[in-house]
Design a binder for this molecule. Structure first.
Ligand SMILES: Cc1cc2nc3c(=O)[nH]c(=O)nc-3n(C[C@H](O)[C@H](O)[C@H](O)COP(=O)(O)OP(=O)(O)OC[C@H]3O[C@@H](n4cnc5c(N)ncnc54)[C@H](O)[C@@H]3O)c2cc1C
Length: 384
């Protein structure tokens, strides 16, 4: 979502200047910073970034680690033997390719591999889903102005990061009958370049796992981008010369499939910082549930970092499949915090180490030694 959705900043790495998420995620941030591609907003360590340097930094780190990449490839199926994934099928310019492996990690956000493998998914009793937002970059904005300076940073020093004056004006216009689509925030995010901001304002509910529905929604959201840009130009001098420099490659997705894991993290456990024996990662972003309609947002701030157990990354009976990122096993409210990027990265590192241990020990992902996993993660800089 950082590079495909222009979702900024990367939230949240620290509480009161103290890191909550370390390991490879933090190594990545520091490396990006050393390339001039990241600005760390203390005390929360939200990370503003340059999208293009982000891609370059990822590419370098992945290639240095010896990872074989398949760009421009879609996962389209998998071959199963019982509940064991034997291979995945990808589609690209070479046609169909089958990739076999001992352990598979699903980081598709939508839990595509787990779904294809037949893993049961969380049910959404009220059918509600957080909306999609199509983010974009505006150029020729007066980023030196008081308005932008107060809301472009998300360190909490200037209050909530949504831009209140713009929000109030748009709500007033809407109330007065102007044809303004639903919107969130808005949030104007620092992308490290004078005059440019990444904008998160559009909002429409969609099922990202249904191609037709997602396509229709993305088209409507693209219209919304230009509607809001015009409104900003007309109503705020700070935006009078601005233009859409770039829309993200795709609309951003906050919520879709999540596996029914061995353990499902609940909001209650999360808010109360329940500590599990197999805690493998943490999170400190508020529970932040965007309403599917209107401009509302349900929010609970956390007093202390929450934990994620390893058992939320695996489903019962699927011996060689792990999930990381927003498709892990959580209820809707816990997801509304865990879905942020630093937390997703934390589960990613844990899934990687667990996969390696499963292969080394020749056992299923359910049977690895979780204490050894926790110790190894600590050795690798994860803060638990
Ligand atoms: C509008 C918006 C605002 C947000 N605001 C913030 C914020 O301020 N701070 C924050 O930290 N987080 C924010 N989030 C949340 C965060 O961006 C996501 O929850 C997070 O990026 C999810 O990480 P992930 O790795 O699970 O999935 P993703 O980041 O979605 O990555 C999944 C990857 O898998 C690929 N993929 C998917 N399906 C397939 C397939 N079938 N075959 C091949 N590849 C596939 C995708 O292309 C993508 O590269 C926001 C999200 C949205 C949408």
């Amino acid at each position: 979502m950082a590079t495909m959705g222009y979702v900024a900043p990367l939230s949240v790495f620290a509480l009161k200047n103290e890191l909550v998420i370390g390991g490879i995620p933090w190594e990545f941030v520091k490396r990006l910073e050393s390339m001039g591609g990241a600005f760390i907003e203390w005390p929360k360590a939200n990370i503003d970034f340059d999208v293009e340097l982000y891609k370059l930094c990822c590419q370098r780190m992945v290639l240095e680690a010896g990872v074989k990449m398949y760009m421009h490839s879609s996962l389209i199926g998998c071959e199963m033997e019982g509940k064991t994934v034997r291979s995945v099928v990808i589609e690209n310019k070479n046609g169909l390719e089958t990739l076999s492996g001992k352990v598979f990690i699903d980081c598709t956000g939508d839990g595509d591999l787990a779904w294809m493998a037949g893993v049961p998914m969380q049910e959404n009793p009220d059918g509600e889903v957080q909306p999609c937002s199509f983010c974009f970059i505006l150029a020729d904005v007066d980023t030196e102005s008081d308005l932008l300076n107060k809301c472009m940073y998300h360190n909490g020093i200037n209050g909530p990061s949504q831009c209140k004056p713009v929000r109030e004006k748009l709500l007033a216009l809407k109330e007065a009958g102007a044809p303004i689509p639903d919107f969130g925030g808005p949030w104007f995010n620092n992308v490290l370049h004078k005059g440019c901001v990444a904008v998160n304002i559009t909002r429409r509910a969609a099922d990202s796992t249904d191609n037709r529905n997602f396509t229709d929604t993305e088209c409507q959201l693209r219209e919304d981008i230009f509607t809001f840009t015009q409104l900003l130009k007309e109503n705020f001098p700070e935006f009078k010369n601005c233009y859409v420099a770039s829309t993200a490659p795709q609309a951003g997705i906050r919520e879709s499939r999540r596996i029914l894991g061995v353990h499902t993290v609940t909001a209650d456990e999360y808010v109360n910082a329940y500590h599990y024996e197999d805690s493998i990662s943490r999170g400190i972003h508020p529970i932040d549930l965007h309403a599917s309609k209107g401009s509302g947002q349900f929010r609970i701030d956390l007093d202390q970092p929450a934990y994620v157990p390893y058992r939320a990354l695996i489903a019962p009976d699927y011996p060689n499949l792990l999930c990381a990122g927003r498709c892990i096993s959580t209820d809707r409210q816990a997801l509304a915090s865990l879905r942020v990027q630093a937390s997703c990265m934390g589960t990613g590192q844990a899934a990687g180490v667990a996969a390696a241990q499963s292969v080394a020990a020749g056992c299923s992902v359910q049977n690895i030694d979780t204490q050894a996993l926790v110790e190894e993660l600590k050795n690798l800089g994860t803060i638990l």
